[in-house]
Design a protein around this ligand. Structure first.
Ligand code: CAO
Length: 444
């Protein structure tokens, strides 16, 4: 005979008479244990009443707008397996409790391991439980809980997404998995932060930023950060924290390249032809030869790009911006030189639009005009590598017979170690150096 049991509203953490705003299942639906049956919404939070066991919904005993309290029957479910049937009496009567200090309806957000409390239950009667998951008090406050199913919460947590930043497209603003995916895509394209600030307790668990009254130690002046500094700072901090960076260093012999550059410069005096333009061409060749560097991570997938848009870090009085030169593979040196001139000017005059900074595959940050021997650039996510360029200098290089004076260009390639191995990085930057060392190879 069919074993039909009641699914009841669990302990609501102090709330009562909470209206039903959504029916999540229909009669005949097969439900998993802990799957949401109906959604309740109090003035403080939304919460799902979970199925206490797996089975088939035989009756829904509430309708939209009904007000429910603890113990109210929301559905009758035909129990599917014997084990669940045994646990039913326990599960249906056990209050679902949050960690003691928090008066939070925990059915809202917590995975099964947390919602299976054993307050009044013989521990022997329950299956072994997973270790408890520790949440920060801050992130569990009812008003901080966004409206999403536990599965969507787990999905968001895996992607490092703060659900409070995601707009739900479902009824009553309910956040679906697709909303999280769309949010991640937009955040990637627009370079927006996906996680709450560290102080909110999500993501990295860091100690608070030190608060120091510097004026106690001497005279100070306070200046607000520019909008660009604030935006790029957020992106840099996220990329630095989330991407396992490694930097590979090398030197390219650009003695012949420089002679050619000077010659071209004399022939085209109106076009500023810096080493960076040659680097753009050599980078395209290296990206072609090593497609993993022209890629982005999308969950478990690597998206390999068949276009060659390269971002150039430009230093402006208001901070760092990275405009993108599109289709570098289809442009000649002089065209690239002119375009570089145009975008750097646009950047310094604050005339870049969002479209000018989107779609990059790989970035180059050149400090060669200023100086230095090496640095470790931060990857411009969702790209997986960035090339840092320092100032070339003449050095004695052993050619097998004697030391020859050669012009060497220091290169620093930072790469995402989740995607790129050290050996590939060494090969990539060697390849790049070979191209710069003998530009004829770019024609091959
Ligand atoms: N070695 C030696 N000389 C170099 C060189 C190098 N690697 N790179 C450039 N130079 C020379 C140029 O040939 C030019 O010489 P002339 O004045 O004789 O023509 C001079 O240095 C100045 O070059 P530039 O910096 O104006 O031009 P560029 O094409 O090299 O760079 C741009 C353009 C926009 C990238 C650069 O101006 C810039 O903003 N760089 C800073 C990027 C940055 O801040 N990166 C850090 C990011 S991490 O915080």
């Amino acid at each position: 005979m069919a074993d039909i049991r009641d699914a009841k509203v669990p302990d609501l953490g102090g709330s009562s008479e909470v209206p039903v705003i959504e029916l999540l299942v229909a009669v005949g639906d097969r439900v998993r244990k802990d799957q949401g049956l109906v959604t309740l919404e109090s003035d403080k939070a939304t919460m799902e009443v979970p199925a206490p066991f797996a089975g088939i919904v035989r009756e829904i005993t509430v309708k939209l707008g009904d007000v429910l309290s603890e113990g109210h029957i929301v559905a009758r479910i035909e129990v599917e397996d014997a084990a669940a049937s045994q646990a039913v009496a326990v599960a249906a009567s056990v209050p679902v409790v949050a960690p003691a200090a928090l008066a939070v309806p925990p059915a809202i957000a917590m995975p099964a391991s947390v919602t299976e409390s054993s307050a009044d239950v013989d521990p022997e009667a329950l299956p072994p439980r997973a270790p408890p998951i520790v949440f920060s008090a801050e992130s569990l406050l009812p008003e901080k809980l966004p409206y999403a199913s536990p599965a969507v919460r787990v999905f968001a947590r895996e992607l490092g997404v703060d659900l409070l930043k995601v707009a739900g497209s479902g009824r009553g603003g309910r956040i679906a998995k697709e909303d999280v995916q769309a949010f991640v895509k937009t955040a990637m394209v627009e370079g927006l932060p996906m996680v709450a600030s560290a102080s909110a307790g999500d993501g990295l668990s860091l100690i608070p930023w030190p608060k120091v009254d510097f004026a106690k130690f001497g005279p100070v002046e306070t200046q607000p950060l520019s909008r660009i500094q604030k935006l790029s700072g957020q992106n840099l901090a996220r990329n630095w924290a989330m991407i396992p960076h490694v930097t590979q260093f090398d030197e390219a012999d650009i003695t012949e390249m420089e002679a050619f550059r000077k010659q071209l410069g004399e022939e085209s005096p109106d076009t500023k032809l810096t080493p960076l333009v040659f680097l753009l061409k050599a980078a395209v060749a290296a990206l072609r030869a090593f497609p993993k560097f022209n890629a982005s991570l999308d969950g478990d997938q690597l998206v390999l790009k068949r276009y060659f848009h390269i971002g150039i870090a430009v230093d402006t009085p208001d901070g760092l911006v990275v405009p993108v030169i599109r289709d570098c593979d289809q442009k000649g040196l002089l065209d690239l030189a002119r375009e570089l001139g145009v975008i750097s000017k646009k950047a310094r005059e604050k005339k870049l639009g969002p479209a000018d900074m989107q779609g990059g595959c790989f970035s180059i940050s050149s400090l060669g005009g200023i100086g230095g021997t090496a640095f470790t650039p931060i990857i411009n996510a969702p790209e997986v590598a960035i090339l840092g360029v320092s100032r070339s200098s003449t050095k004695p290089v052993w050619n097998g017979h004697d030391f020859a004076a050669r012009l060497l260009l220091p290169l620093s390639l930072s790469y995402d170690h989740r995607v790129i191995d050290g050996a590939d990085a060494a090969r990539f930057v060697r390849y790049l150096s070979t191209m710069l060392g003998d530009l004829r190879r770019l024609l091959l």
